[in-house]
Write a protein that binds this ligand. Sequence first.
Ligand code: SF4
Length: 155
Amino acid sequence: MGIFGDSTWMFRRVLIDLNNRITRARSVRVAPGHLLLLAPRCLQHTGCDHNLGPEMLHCQACGRCNIGELVALGRELGIICRMAAGGREALAFVKDERVRAVVAVACEKELFEGICASLPKPVLGVYNQQNNGPCRDTSVDMAAVRRAITAMLEN
Ligand code: SF4
């Protein structure tokens, strides 16, 4: 990665982290039915041939990727879960009038663009891990996802 690419990555990361700190400081609290957990399609294992659908209902929770755990967490907490194929679809889910707060899992680029496009709705961003290169077999720290969700859920 060249120096300009590196600085863009750093710039986005600083702003996302700042957004997360401000969002947490606002103490946004919503009912589960108003909280959207947004996952990127690149979390789905490339060897999985299930057509999950936007609500990920056809996931068989086989354990090869984090999708099964995300769906289970969503069910446990009663929140809205959606998987988006790209930024435009993600924004359509965010614009749903039921949604008052968002926890989004994505890379720096998608999070940065998504947070800006979602304003004024509060978004907590959780970075996915790209251990297999960009946009392929990514993973996410499930403890970090749970912390972000519970930070915005009503007690
Ligand atoms: S956990 Fe779900 S999405 Fe992931 S590979 Fe298994 S069936 Fe496919």
